[in-house]
Design a protein around this ligand. Structure first.
Ligand SMILES: [Cu+2]
Length: 209
C-alpha cells in the first residue's frame, strides 16, 4: 500500500533514507517499508501523547506549589515589614510617647493579666506599683488568661478614655501574648490604671513619691 506524501504527518521525517549506493527496492519492498514507517510514526505519536498526558498533573502540581511558595514568601515579607512575627518579638515595640522625653527606662515592672483561664474574675497580679516621680517606668503586661486584656492609665486628668491615657501596645493583648506601656508622671500622686475590657474588675494604681 502506498501512502501519499501529503498525508504524512508534517515535521515527521523518515528515520532511514535510502542511500544512493543501496540497490533499488522493488515496489512491494518499498510499500512494505512505508507501511513499517507509518506504523513507527503512529507508535511514536501515541508515546508522545501518553507522555504529555502523564506529565500534565506534574506540571500543574509544580504550578500550584510554586504559587503557594510565592504567597508564603510574600506573606513572610509582609509580616516582617509590619513589625515582625510573634516569634521574633513577643512584645511589640511601642511607639515612643513624646511625653516621655529623651530619658531611659528607669524601672521595668512585669504584671500578669489573668482570668482563671475562663474569663472569670479578671485580675492584675500586682494591683499596686510604686515608683518615683519623673522616672520612666516600663510595665510589661503578660496576658496569661483566656481572653484579651490591656492596661490603660487614666493620665493626669484621672479619666479613662481621654487623650492623655497611656495604653499598652498592643491596645488589645491577645491571650498568651505580652504588651508594654511606658509611663512617666512629673507630679507625685496615685495614678489609676485598668483593663479597658474589664474596667470594674481589673484595676490598679501607680503610686509615685
Ligand atoms: Cu481584662
Amino acid at each position: 500500500m502506498l501512502v501519499p506524501k501529503k498525508k504524512r504527518r508534517s515535521g515527521a521525517t523518515p528515520r532511514r533514507q535510502p542511500s544512493a549506493d543501496q540497490p533499488a527496492l522493488s515496489s512491494a519492498e518499498q510499500a512494505a517499508r512505508r507501511e513499517q514507517q507509518r506504523a513507527e510514526w503512529a507508535a511514536q505519536k501515541r508515546a508522545q501523547e501518553r507522555a504529555r498526558r502523564s506529565s500534565a498533573p506534574i506540571v500543574w502540581s509544580v504550578v500550584v506549589i510554586g504559587s503557594l511558595l510565592v504567597v508564603a514568601v510574600l506573606g513572610g515579607i509582609f509580616l516582617v515589614g509590619s513589625g515582625g512575627s510573634d516569634e521574633a518579638s513577643p512584645t511589640p515595640a511601642a511607639t515612643r510617647d513624646a511625653r516621655l522625653g529623651a530619658g531611659d527606662i528607669a524601672k521595668t515592672v512585669s504584671i500578669d493579666a489573668n482570668d482563671q483561664g475562663q474569663n472569670v474574675n479578671p485580675t492584675f497580679s500586682m494591683p499596686t506599683i510604686a515608683g518615683r516621680v519623673g522616672e520612666i517606668i516600663e510595665i510589661k503586661v503578660n496576658n496569661i488568661g483566656s481572653v484579651a486584656h490591656n492596661l490603660n492609665f487614666a493620665g493626669l486628668d484621672g479619666e479613662f478614655g481621654t487623650r492623655d491615657d497611656w495604653t499598652t501596645t498592643p491596645q488589645s493583648i491577645p491571650a498568651g501574648v505580652s504588651g508594654t506601656v511606658l509611663v512617666k508622671f512629673d507630679k507625685p500622686g496615685t495614678y489609676p490604671f485598668q483593663c479597658d475590657f474589664h474596667p470594674t474588675a481589673q484595676q490598679g494604681n501607680l503610686i509615685l513619691s
